[in-house]
Design a protein around this ligand. Structure first.
Ligand code: NAG
Ligand code: NAG
Length: 334
């Protein structure tokens, strides 16, 4: 009896946490240490959040390299990034769209993203072992070369939301909204969560992972034999403040927004992740039973206030103008 009980506890005990937290903007520049390591500048502009070990190249245990992070959890030196949104004026010039903070986060966060590490789905925690990523782990989701609606629909976790206000979550669109959005535009990036158990990365940065979620925060199906290890379900939300451009839409009604690699449909929306939690902090969180803010203040994760998040930054290594009305998108041919 005792023996049965302790086995049951050991099986049921772990793996019930879900993390949702804000990270302020760390940097906006043309660097991509995952897809284009060593290339300064990289081909298109990114917005990056997370730890200050972010650099032209990133190798080894990132959790041991950072000294500050823009995220709520102060042991999370991971980096999270996406392309940047621009508005294309009918006069042919581009203006970078500012990022605003999400709802349900503490006030005063400078731009940035909301990051999720969920288990079964958004509302309930899982009851299976969730294995944290290992030092050196990285992955991407989506591809800037996706150029048609069907393929975009097939990327189930990559969506746009036309916001009425910051709490709008549906409908989720596979491409850009076709009319001005009163509250801005949200981009959502869900990563796959089944790992092959061997490779920290792969040549395409994707095939070491496998997705079994049918949509957004819905429950994911079981992992296949090829990718048997269930990892946290990582997702990003970015809120773009497009409202100042709503009265400048082209007269023909066409969508004026364009992602920083020249995509005015949104089919190629993609995101990058480099794991960098210190020590076993992420595993500890996944093995606990906390939800969202309840995981802060040492229960079990160390956390920091908004002021400390906003203070962390990395040097701009490219030093090009991103904020005027630009004749071309940085790095893109005319
Ligand atoms: C970034 O990498 C360069 C070499 O590629 C190095 O000289 C520099 O110190 C690094 N910066 C930081 C902040 O780690
Ligand atoms: C395009 O329009 C914007 C917004 O009105 C303006 O600031 C910018 O100077 C214009 N650029 C050109 C080349 O006309």
């Amino acid at each position: 009896m005792m023996k049965w009980l302790s086995i049951a506890l050991a099986l049921a005990g772990p793996s019930q946490a879900a993390l949702r937290f804000g990270c302020s903007t760390l940097s906006i520049q043309r660097l991509d240490p995952l897809v284009e390591p060593g290339r300064l500048p990289s081909s298109h502009v990114h917005q990056i959040v997370g730890g200050n070990a972010f650099n032209v190249t990133m190798e080894g245990d990132i959790g041991e390299q950072g000294s500050c992070t823009t995220c709520t959890f102060s042991e999370d030196f991971s980096n999270y990034w996406t392309a940047v949104l621009f508005f294309k004026h009918p006069n042919g010039t581009y203006k970078r769209v500012p990022i605003m903070q999400n709802s349900a986060l503490p006030n005063g966060i400078n731009g940035g993203m909301t990051i999720y590490y969920t288990q079964q789905d958004f509302f309930s925690n899982g009851n299976q072992k969730i294995t944290a990523f290992k030092p050196g782990f990285r992955m991407t989701v989506g591809s800037p070369t996706t150029n048609n609606l069907n393929d975009a629909k097939g990327h189930v976790g990559l969506r746009f939301v036309c916001l009425t206000d910051k709490n709008t979550r549906f409908p989720e669109l596979p491409d850009f909204p076709t009319k001005p959005c009163k509250g801005g535009i949200m981009t959502v990036h869900h990563f796959p969560s089944c790992w092959d158990g061997k490779n920290l990365d792969s040549p395409d940065h994707q095939s070491h992972m496998y997705n079994t979620a049918k949509e957004a925060f819905s429950p994911a199906g079981p992992c296949p034999a090829s990718h048997p290890v269930r990892m946290p379900q990582v997702a990003y939300e970015t809120l773009w403040d497009t409202t100042q451009f709503n009265n400048m839409w082209p007269k023909d009604g066409s969508n004026p927004f364009v992602l920083s690699y020249g995509d005015n449909k949104g089919y190629g929306t993609h995101a990058d992740y480099v794991f960098g939690w210190k020590g076993d902090s992420l595993q500890k969180a996944m093995d606990s039973s906390c939800m969202f803010n309840a995981c802060e203040n040492g229960r079990p994760l160390k956390s920091q206030n908004v002021q400390a998040m906003n203070k962390c930054a990395v040097k701009n290594m490219v030093n090009e103008d991103l904020d005027s009305w630009l004749k071309v998108l940085p790095g893109q041919a005319m």
